[in-house]
Design a protein around this ligand. Structure first.
Ligand SMILES: Nc1ncnc2c1ncn2[C@@H]1O[C@H](COP(=O)(O)OP(=O)(O)OP(=O)(O)O)[C@@H](O)[C@H]1O
Ligand SMILES: [Mg+2]
Length: 325
């Protein structure tokens, strides 16, 4: 028996645009094991949301799957009939969005929405209500029974996000996908949500795919990290390895630029000079070459995502001995 839950295997996805095909995901491969928390980091526009919407097959109409498989419990989701995919979403795989208002219907009470989620269950209405209250309690909403009758706008932003997490967990999914669920919250609420997610993961033993450009949150929450740049995976590994011994210059720069990492008071926060390349007009060679201060002549060739040691991969020639001269 394998303990792999999700396998992204050489996934390439384009968006068709007037300027030609925009290569949003290129040859993405990584796994998530049962009960594991995997974080995805990368600058804005590097393809994080495209990856999630591709896994869930909730993509824009101009999306073209070019290559690869998304295997969930061994089954390629990209080949599944839409009806089966719909059954899977919200039952086996749940999602929490950045903006909880995307999840909540403003004209229905929270209790009603949580009853609706349980439409497949044979339990009585009273039992479903009790379960909804129990889940609200589990994410730290005080007096949950009474608050079931309130509407989304009657809760604070942090509470709404916690309710969204409660709703996503109601079906006890095997995989919870969270796309920047704490970005809209202040730092204190962010910490609370992260702690709660950790507790819930232990309780329900669900795997979590967590997207964020906040490295501190990833370091706190995740077991493993996948670093994406311009639609490709440039490094992946255990959280400790990635933060203490990053092997790709892009990962190093990301860590250096993280506000949580900067010890001295800085008037101007450091940024990585340059921009993510135009995905509709990709340059040849290493994708990070133009912004990398360690680039050499070798970098006109695309570096493979090479295994450096068990569980740690990076796509940079600097890690190849023959490139050292
Ligand atoms: N439907 C679409 N058609 C054309 N291009 C798109 C479409 N959706 C996204 N893109 C482009 O694809 C690239 C990847 O976008 P994506 O939203 O996946 O990035 P992201 O990493 O989630 O960014 P952010 O951190 O800002 O959320 C970007 O260049 C974006 O402009
Ligand atoms: Mg996004």
């Amino acid at each position: 028996m394998t303990d792999t839950l999700l396998e992204i295997d050489r996934l390439s996805v384009d968006y068709e645009t007037a300027r030609g095909d925009l290569k949003a995901l290129r040859d993405i491969s990584f796994d998530i094991r049962k009960g594991e928390i995997v974080g995805i980091v990368g600058e804005s526009g590097c393809g994080k949301s495209t990856l999630i919407s591709s896994i869930l097959r909730l993509t824009a109409p101009n999306t073209r799957f070019r290559q690869g498989e998304v295997r969930f419990k061994g089954q390629d989701l990209l080949q599944l009939p839409e009806r089966k995919m719909r059954d899977l979403r919200g039952a086996d795989i749940s999602i929490v969005f950045q903006d909880p208002m995307q999840t909540h219907n403003p004209v229905l009470s929270i209790g009603q929405q949580m009853l609706d989620i349980q439409h497949r269950s044979k339990a009585s209405k009273a039992e479903k209500r009790a379960r909804a209250a129990q889940m609200l309690g589990a994410v730290g909403i005080p007096d949950p029974e009474a608050r079931l009758d309130q509407f989304p706008h009657e809760f604070s932003g942090g509470m709404r996000q916690r309710i969204a997490i409660a709703m996503a967990l109601m079906s006890e999914p095997d995989l919870l996908i969270a796309d920047e669920p704490t970005t809209a919250l202040d730092a204190t609420l962010e910490v609370q949500i992260i702690e709660r997610l950790q507790e819930l993961q232990q309780e329900f033993n669900c795997a979590i795919l967590f997207i964020s450009h906040h490295l501190g949150v990833i370091a706190e929450l995740c077991d493993r990290v996948v670093v994406m740049y311009a639609g490709a995976v440039v490094e992946s590994g255990e959280v400790r390895e990635i933060f203490h011994d990053p092997k790709h210059p892009y990962t190093r720069r990301l860590i250096d630029c993280d506000p949580g990492h900067i010890k001295e008071r800085a008037r101007v926060l450091p940024t990585i000079p340059g921009e993510v390349p135009d995905l509709a007009n990709l340059p040849g060679g290493c994708i990070f070459r133009d912004r990398c201060d360690l680039a050499t002549a070798r970098c006109v060739e695309v570096p493979p995502l090479a295994k450096l040691k068990e569980g740690h991969h990076a796509a940079c020639w600097l890690n190849h001995k023959e490139a050292a001269e």
